[in-house]
Design a protein around this ligand. Structure first.
Ligand code: FES
Length: 105
């Protein structure tokens, strides 16, 4: 199974198996240190906010719809790296992706 490296809010690093064919959020929310994903992937709560490490940014699908707008309203928004993990389908080419869980707001 392709792996995901997750940096939690305390700086701890975790290597976990990613679930292919569903969003990155679906894997991240399985862990206590992961994301809350309150809206369940409807692109409306921003509680699935992560920072994606540079090498994978260009492999991600472009932002659609409201994603950028929602992200830009966050204090923790970073122009390069911020994504809503519910909007990233996890597929084989993303194996090894490194994400950091963004602060809670
Ligand atoms: S789960 Fe709510 S915006 Fe991603």
């Amino acid at each position: 199974m392709p792996e995901i490296t997750i940096t939690d809010r305390d700086g701890g690093e975790h290597r976990v198996a990613g679930r292919v064919g569903v969003s990155l959020m679906e894997t991240l929310r399985e862990f206590d240190y992961g994301v809350a994903a309150i809206c369940g992937g409807m692109c409306s709560c921003a509680t699935c906010h992560v920072y994606v490490a540079e090498p994978w940014l260009d492999k991600l699908p472009p932002m659609q719809g409201d994603e950028k707008e929602i992200l830009q309203e966050l204090e923790s928004y970073r122009p390069r790296g911020s994504r809503l993990s519910c909007q990233i389908p996890f597929e084989e080419p993303l194996a090894g992706i490194q994400v950091e869980i963004a602060p809670e707001e």
